[in-house]
Design a protein around this ligand. Sequence first.
Ligand code: TRP
Length: 450
Amino acid sequence: MSAPRGEFSSRFGFLMAASGSAVGLGNIWGFPTNAASNGGAAFLFTYLFLAFALAYPALMAELIIGRHAKANAVTALRSLARGPRTAALGTAVGMAGMVTVSLILSFYAIVSGWMLAFLVASVADIMRLPSVSAWLTTTGVVRDVIFTAIFIVLTIFVVSAGVRHGIEKWATRLMPSLLIILVLLIGYVMTLNGAMEGLRVYLVPDFGRVADTGLLLSALGQAFFSLSLGVGTMLIYGSYISKHENLPALGGMVTLLDIGIAVIAGLLILPAMYVALAGGIEIYNDDGGLIAGPGLIIAVLPAMFAQMGEAGILVALAFFLLMTIASLTSSISMLEVPVSYCIENHNIARLKAGTLIGVVVGLVSLLIVYNFDVLFSLVVSATTEYSQPLLGFFFAVFVGWIWHRDGVLAEIRQGCPDADNGLFWRIWPFYIRFICPLAILAVYGQMLFG
Ligand code: TRP
């Protein structure tokens, strides 16, 4: 085998890396508008409940498997197998996770490239280079190719430096910066005309909306994407946690950080949207819902920044820096999944593995950029709506049905010696055996037939 495995140097390092993975574009352009359109604070409570009832147990499954095996997903799942069939299933799930997460990275890098392009555009604005800025903010294949490539190179750069000196080091620098930028931006936007209306739309609860089952299921899907579940990301980060750490507590903190930052992002996004509205900018789509996703980030908000004059340039700079940081700490967690496999199972050096896989992912991104209208949404839905929940189902099956219960408990007791008397051990095994698989199947059924 190759060089000794990496390990996070501290609890803080793991928390920053894992919450960096979880906090991404989804938290900023998905959660806030979804909450505002679907019952405000009532949605928030429902989401909080669902995340803790269903996504947290699934997160724990990955963390526990990872730390137990201290290996990549393929090796880890195979190590739990009871015979040749479950071993083959382990290989299949691990491999499918790697393919899925690489495809997620290939579209994520394109969108992150836009964030980077807008970030550079605001620097161009500061330097009084309006034509450069206009080029950077106008949709174009050349721009997309260049910035996707830069973003992938950044991702390779961090991952190649290793677990402690790359992933942990950058996550512990970037995540606190993200929080500071977010808080500063909120403070500023709150002073603007229209912000209070946005706050009201975001927070005033409408309990009538949250009983809708379709909504519950979509919230569950969102929680899965937001916690980076199902593809082995959390498994590999779990494998870098020391045996002295209390896993149920760490997983709980990651879940709270992810939801907390999504909620805080809403305090920026909704007020900003209503400031835009007060300035005459369209913030609703054709169906009457709030514009979300890329349209929100690269159309609605830039239009608002432009109206703010000089101050708007700095606000745009801070905002796109925030988005770029959120993207990068997520993309490194995606690349680490196949990279760790190549290092451990094929003895390839980290730099070489990172570069190789980064280049392949970049080529897929190119394919998507050149066939954007056909491929983009196809890849997004194939990976995040179909593949991710299905693989999450198998992770739950591995822990709930294939791995021996004593083995699971023994792993949790490392770092949490009286786990068998705790609340976690009383509830979680049942959840991961029955509730999680059934809930995932329900989401699936609803998507296929509903
Ligand atoms: N959770 C991140 C977000 O909210 C994205 C992400 C990172 C992810 N790693 C992942 C999504 C693995 C799915 C699988 O944007």
